[in-house]
Design a protein around this ligand. Structure first.
Ligand code: 13P
Length: 231
């Protein structure tokens, strides 16, 4: 299983360092087959040593240049970061990233040989229209995306389940993942949206779920480790 922590705009450089240390001590007990990713805010990127991979929540598709407020490959190289989240619904919605922007970012970081966790997800009004509408919406989020890319991991995060405490039901996750797995040639597929210690066992036992992308419940190292070590 894959367990990925997306801190979003939470934690400082100092609290992230403490988190990494605390988590890494606990990770000695993890199943060696499981893989852990941490996406701290950009100000907390560092060459952390541990049984996990550190990635960036975002970057501009350039090596360096005049892109005020952004970071590029040169800044990521300093910390050996070779993993990126692309397409998160918060960036699509709050920062107006279009499918075209997202696809350009994907192509750029693919060319840089980055591991890409590519996020897709539908809003509530689409889910309420039914499964067919959901799949049409989700598949459109693969426009311009190379689903054959070998370093691709997809994360399905229904927007209405993010940060709401209400995760999708087993049936919703199961049917959506089954259809998505076919569309992405069986690439690893994570679920995200109110995943937490209380529902991790149920979610990870669904066929077609290869792991989770966790926001709120990952902010505390103990809670995130409870998810990683659930049995
Ligand atoms: P929550 O786990 O807080 O619902 O956030 C999910 C998410 O957006 C991870 O990228």
């Amino acid at each position: 299983m894959i367990y990925a922590a997306n801190f979003k705009t939470n934690h400082t450089r100092k609290s992230t360092a403490l988190y990494m240390q605390t988590l890494n001590e606990k990770l000695r007990a993890k199943n060696p087959e499981d893989k852990v990713y941490i996406f701290p805010p950009s100000t907390a990127l560092e060459k952390y040593v541990g049984d996990f991979t550190v990635g960036t929540q975002n970057a501009y598709p350039a090596h360096n240049g005049a892109y005020t407020g952004e970071i590029g490959v040169e800044q990521l190289d300093e910390f050996d970061i070779k993993t990126i989240l692309i397409g998160h619904s918060e960036r699509r919605e709050l920062l107006n990233e279009s499918q075209e922007n997202v696809a350009a970012k994907f192509s750029f970081f693919k060319a840089q040989d980055f591991e890409i966790i590519y996020c897709i997800g539908e809003p509530l009004e689409v889910r309420e229209k039914g499964f067919e509408a959901v799949m049409k919406y989700l598949l459109a989020q693969f426009d311009g995306i190379d689903t054959e890319y070998e370093k691709l991991i997809v994360a399905y995060e229904p927007i209405w389940a993010i940060g709401t405490g209400r995760s999708a039901t087993v049936e919703e996750i199961s049917s959506t993942h089954r259809a998505l797995k076919k569309a992405i040639n069986e690439k690893p597929l994570l679920y995200g949206g109110s995943a937490k210690p209380a529902n991790i066992k149920e979610i990870t036992s669904i066929a077609g779920v290869d792991g989770v992308l966790v926001g709120s419940a990952s902010l505390d190292a103990e809670s995130f480790f409870q998810m990683i070590s659930h049995q």
